[in-house]
Design a binder for this molecule. Structure first.
Ligand SMILES: [Zn+2]
Length: 352
């Protein structure tokens, strides 16, 4: 094969509500872009505009690093969910994909057809989880397992086993936010069981998400701290976004709220410990993009509430998801690189 002597790359494209972020990863596993490389994602205009916007991301990031499109072996694409394991957007649409054209749209297939190279799909939580995993374990990534919980508007993340994203039959594995966790001792006296947007009561996202602060935690804890400044805010949604800043300043109400979230993540990780017994437990999201001492307190609280067996405590690591703004594109690129390597090995085994 003459192409084996030519350096090749893969491209990672992270599709978000407002912007795409693109990166380039070479065959040796080195990222050629060290910053955010963004352009408008145009998802609100529907699939056609969004696919064109991704084609623009693709060509501009290649121009930026001075690599020809012919050198690209595969593209990794990640988007917010819900979508199938193969990148078909849910029939019910979602916040990001509200335009009717998105329903059951084969996003992965359309990007592949437009770019003319194989496209590997992951949801954004899985892509970020994959990046965190490779960043921590490096060459041992294929022999290690991890779980990542990323606290944002919802609770995302992913499960990695032996270096691979666990996607599930319908693409719904690793939906950590909707795993039920014990509520006993997590709720305050008289606090109703928190409700999640997915329809469940008492799942992890119903406590550990920004939505949970607005809908469940803040209303309850303000009733316990009725003179708190946050009660003066015009809406719960505005007040919810301010809670982290109060937490960093050691405000007692805010610390109670984040303590509840950390306990919820610890209980979720306790389930993971008995399910996949991972080498590493990652926490990411706004709560971690905070002032270092607050971040440390939060991660330690999660750890303190993760019930591990003695054998597990000797190996388990608690870490943060690094470079969260770049993690989606980078994880998507890693998935594309693994795809190319897997295809090469398969070709060798079958003698092609
Ligand atoms: Zn849920």
């Amino acid at each position: 094969m003459q192409s084996s002597t030519i350096p090749w790359v893969v491209v990672g494209l992270d599709n978000g509500g407002n912007a795409n972020n693109a990166t380039v990863l070479d065959a040796t596993g080195k990222f050629l872009v060290d910053r955010l490389f963004e352009n408008p994602s145009r998802v609100l205009e529907g699939p056609e505009a969004a696919v064109e916007a991704l084609a623009t991301s693709f060509s501009s990031v290649l121009a930026h690093v001075g690599v020809a499109a012919e050198s690209v072996r595969a593209v990794g694409l990640d988007t917010p969910g819900p979508a199938s394991a193969e990148g078909v957007i849910s029939s019910r649409g979602s916040t990001n994909f509200a335009h009717p054209g998105w329903r059951t749209f084969d996003f992965r297939g359309a990007v592949e057809a437009r770019l003319g190279v194989p496209v590997v799909y992951n949801n954004d939580g899985n892509a970020a989880a994959l990046y965190a995993h490779y960043q921590l374990f490096g060459l041992l990534a294929g022999q290690r397992s991890s779980i990542s919980a990323i606290v944002g508007t919802g609770l995302g993340g992913g499960v990695i086993v032996q270096g691979n994203v666990v996607k599930g039959a319908a693409g719904m594995a690793g939906e950590l936010g909707h795993v039920h966790i014990p509520m006993d001792g997590l709720l305050g006296p008289g606090q109703p069981t928190p409700h999640c947007n997915c329809g469940f009561d008492g799942d992890a996202e119903s406590v550990a998400s920004l939505t949970a602060i607005e809908k469940n935690l803040l209303p309850y804890w303000l009733s316990q701290f009725p003179n708190h400044e946050l009660a003066q805010q015009s809406s719960m949604s505005k007040a919810a976004k301010l809670v982290r800043g109060y937490g960093e300043r050691q405000d007692p109400l805010a610390l109670r709220i984040f303590e509840r979230q950390a306990i919820a993540l610890g209980r979720l990780f306790t389930i993971a410990a008995n399910f996949t017994d991972p080498d590493a437990y990652f926490v990411g999201g706004g709560v971690i993009e905070a002032e270092p001492s607050f971040r440390e307190w939060f991660l330690n609280t999660v750890k303190a509430h993760t019930a591990l067996r003695e054998e597990q405590t000797r190996v388990a690591r608690f870490e943060i998801v690094p470079d969260l703004d770049k993690a989606g594109a980078r994880g998507a690129a890693i998935a594309a690189l693994e795809h190319v390597r897997g295809a090469e090995i398969a070709a060798r085994l079958t003698g092609q």
